[in-house]
Design a protein around this ligand. Structure first.
Ligand code: ADP
Ligand code: MG
Length: 368
């Protein structure tokens, strides 16, 4: 398998001693849409700049299409970068801005003009080609930046928070356009964002970063339903975290002793889930069943084992076909649950008692 991009044990320490990226490892397939997601300062842009060549790699190997490029100049790499503020030249018109991408690569004028026309056409910019960029809207400027970086026909497009400057509606529509464009071109996208909705909507895989380290690399759905660390469980989706001590394990299911009795979740690669270890069960909101208090207890046990926690229903609200509920445990923590009205109507009442229940395989056990 030939990868488009590989980072092996990549570290970056800035001259002032700041360790910005710590042991980054990933193999990216051709045509993959990868998102780097994490809070401000976690090392996303630094990693992107190392891939582009605008920043040096302190140690480790950076490979593009099987070739080590640590020491290759940015303009020699088959990458192209879009910056958060687009970095357009206000005194140049649209066409000149787009052509600039090729001038950097020293392409002969006639050949360059042909390519510029093509990409302007593709991105619907032909009509405004002669307008100065300073007169254009945020969405148009975004598209010009995209055209400028695509005109060089890169193998890998690097995007550093490219939608950050746009309002919510525009962001949504450009998101869709980006995804379509990426599929159409079939090139690899590496997309930096601190917005989980963006990463979840766009990418094939998400790299969650925290303080320079990679916390988890997973497809969106898996990241959402199977977080592997405390950080990811708190940062992504809507999870309830239940701490406890390992009591036993069987067939990939770990049972913890918790404040709510024995509770279980799946072990997804924790090699040290030994008896006595302090761990937590991560329960995604999607995995929760709310069971009315008058249910037959034997029946409930048959479905959920010991994974039941008594709760009171604080509030419920029906929006369309979905019932939104907030329930409270005896220790005061609340969780949000939603489900189809047909399942819960007439069975769950505001102010009433119920059980939060789940199947062991739909929760995950992680280190505390
Ligand atoms: P992100 O893009 O995730 O917000 P950055 O990659 O920009 O994070 O920054 C990662 C860390 O490196 C931060 O602590 C930041 O302050 C630091 N940093 C970024 N650029 C430089 C630089 N040129 N010199 C020194 N430290 C830097
Ligand atoms: Mg950044």
């Amino acid at each position: 398998m030939a990868y488009d991009l590989q980072l092996s044990n990549v570290y970056k320490t800035y001259d002032n001693g700041t360790p910005a990226v710590i042991d980054f490892n990933i193999d990216v397939n051709k045509g993959e849409f990868i998102a780097f997601l994490g809070p401000s300062g976690c090392g996303k842009s630094t990693t992107l700049r190392m891939i582009s060549g605008f920043e040096t790699v302190t140690s480790g190997d950076l490979m593009i299409r099987g070739k080590r490029v640590n020491d290759q100049l940015p303009e020699k790499r088959p990458t192209s970068m879009i910056f958060q503020n687009y970095a357009l030249f206000p005194h140049m018109n649209v066409r000149q801005n787009v052509r600039f991408g090729l001038e950097v690569k020293n392409m002969p004028r006639a050949e360059a003009d042909g390519k510029v026309d093509q990409i302007l056409e593709k991105l619907g910019l032909s009509d405004i080609a002669e307008m100065p960029t300073s007169r254009l809207s945020g969405g148009q400027r975004q598209r010009i930046a995209l055209a400028r970086s695509l005109v060089v026909e890169p193998d890998i497009l690097l995007l550093d928070e490219p939608l950050g400057a746009l309002d919510a509606n525009l962001r949504k529509s450009i998101q869709n356009e980006l995804k379509l464009l990426q599929r159409d071109l079939g090139i690899t996208f590496v997309f930096v964002t601190h917005a989980q909705s963006e990463a979840l909507a766009l990418s094939d895989r998400i790299v969650v970063m925290n303080a320079g380290k990679v916390e988890q690399i997973s497809p969106p759905r898996e990241l959402y339903t199977q977080p592997r660390s405390q950080f990811v469980a708190r940062f992504i989706g809507s999870n309830t975290i239940l701490p406890g001590t390992v009591k036993g394990a069987k067939d990939g299911i770990v049972i913890l002793d918790t404040a709510f009795g024995p509770l279980a979740g799946a072990n997804r690669g924790q090699s040290d889930a030994n008896v006595g270890r302090e761990m937590s069960i991560v329960l995604p909101a999607e995995a929760v069943d709310l069971v009315p208090a008058d249910v037959d207890e034997a029946e409930m046990r048959a479905s959920f084992g010991s994974n039941t926690i008594p709760c009171t229903v604080e509030s419920l609200q029906i929006v369309g076909h979905i019932m939104h509920m907030v329930v409270r445990f005896s220790d005061g923590q609340t969780i949000n649950i939603e489900g189809h009205v047909d399942k819960y109507r007439n069975r769950i009442k505001a102010g009433g008692s119920a059980f939060v229940a789940w199947r062991s395989a739909s929760a995950t056990v992680i280190d505390h």
